[in-house]
Write a protein that binds this ligand. Structure first.
Ligand SMILES: [Zn+2]
Length: 403
């Protein structure tokens, strides 16, 4: 017997256990991918149950079943998870955090939000984005001899499959579609749009998806270029990558974009080489936040951000490897301080070496690791810390950003 909800409806489900606030946040965020009939899932204050808000017409039992399976996995995968802080820097800017950074940047004409998870920017926002990108590129070149490169924004599905992305993040993939090579289908599409108001998309049967995707992780396009190579001494590469992650309804200004930029650093070589690179990377990431060795933040030579580098495992991530996240405080829409993930440091073992066929000096599949810095989130965090009054920005960067 199926119950259908007739109008706005809610159901309450118990969680298998009480979850911590981090898991509760993930449950709410990822819930947009559970069912098209779910408006949202909200974890209740006791963190032992959730409210599932249904959309009109939902089959309650079916949707509740999906929600239950989802909650079981979320509560299980993340249970007993402990955040380990490696580096913590205290914020020394004594001024208040800036609320409403996205709106403020738009008001000043420094940013345009297209409303679908993409932004355009110019002026101080662009200058800061470039500064972060260039400064980290320079530091990586100095410290690791990282070679510069450029990689495309599109990636083929075979590469993503080889990278294990469909296992770990099936919800975030974007496939590209083309109109079928058929003169009638093309003509129908052309005519439909020739005097329409707004775009008329071709019907599904006239679109073919032939396996091109938008690249969802900066380092992926690098690995096919390494095939057949040997890395006796280890090598490092760095570049600015453009990355796309489908976020469904979770998009929100610079906090959560569909399309964003990442300064990426990849190490390839023996286990020792890759591990030593990662150890070296942690303090360098700290440094990157201080362009030109002048401090980006703080009044006189104090450390800029309060950063928490924490180990985190995510729901859709099948690979069990530990990931270090770089977190910087920002504000939630209600004004409370939250930790915004602005980058990550990952060790992949020999996973990519095996999959793409490149070796270390001993003839074994080489190990890899990567560091990715999400440029737009760093910009958001910096404006949250220093606000719009340029006098609050350290002198050394003030001229560069606002001059
Ligand atoms: Zn990466």
């Amino acid at each position: 017997m199926n119950k259908h909800s007739t109008d706005f409806n809610q159901i309450v489900l118990d969680l298998p256990r009480q979850v911590d606030t981090e898991v509760a946040g993930d449950i709410e965020k990822e819930s947009v991918f559970v069912s098209p009939w779910i408006e949202r899932i909200k974890v209740n204050e006791d963190r032992s149950s959730v409210n599932v808000e249904l959309r009109p017409g939902a089959n309650v039992e079916e949707v509740a079943g999906k929600a239950r399976r989802y909650l079981d996995v979320m509560a299980k995968q993340l249970s007993g998870f402990e955040i380990k802080v490696f580096i913590e820097t205290k914020r020394k800017d004594t001024g208040p955090y800036q609320l409403g950074v996205n709106e403020g940047l738009i008001e000043r004409g420094w940013m345009h939000d297209y409303g679908k998870g993409q932004v355009a920017y110019s002026g101080p926002v662009l200058k800061l984005a470039r500064l972060i990108n260039e400064r980290s590129g320079e530091l990586y070149a100095q410290a690791f001899g990282a070679k510069d490169g450029h990689f495309p924004a599109m990636v083929d599905a075979d590469t993503l499959q080889k990278c294990g992305y469909f296992d770990s993040h099936p919800n975030a993939v974007t496939f590209l579609g083309n109109v079928v090579e058929d003169i009638d289908a093309l003509e129908e599409f052309r005519v439909a749009n020739s005097c329409s108001e707004g775009a008329i998309l071709p019907p599904h049967e006239h679109i073919h998806v032939d396996g091109m995707c938008l690249n969802p992780a900066a380092c992926f396009p690098c690995y096919p270029t390494l095939t057949g190579k040997t890395f006796a001494d280890g090598a490092a590469y760095s570049w600015l990558g453009r990355v796309f992650r489908y976020e469904s309804r979770n998009i929100n200004g610079l906090d959560r974009l569909y399309e964003f930029n990442v300064r990426e650093l990849v190490f390839v070589g023996s286990e020792d080489y890759v591990r030593s690179c990662r150890a070296k990377a942690l303090p360098i990431v700290e440094d990157a936040r201080q362009p030109d060795r002048h401090r980006l933040h703080g009044a006189d030579g104090d450390d800029p951000f309060f950063a928490t580098v924490s180990a985190a495992k995510k729901f859709w991530q099948a690979a069990q490897e530990v990931k270090n996240e770089i977190k910087i405080p920002a504000l939630s829409s209600d004004g409370s301080v939250k930790q915004l993930a602005c980058g990550s440091i990952n060790l992949h073992g020999n996973f990519f070496g095996k999959r793409f066929g490149f070796n270390d000096g001993a003839g074994e599949p080489a190990q890899t690791g990567c560091v990715g810095l999400g440029i737009e989130r760093w910009v958001l965090a910096a404006f949250t810390q220093h606000g719009f009054d340029e006098r609050r920005w350290p002198e050394s960067v003030r001229e560069k950003l606002f001059g």
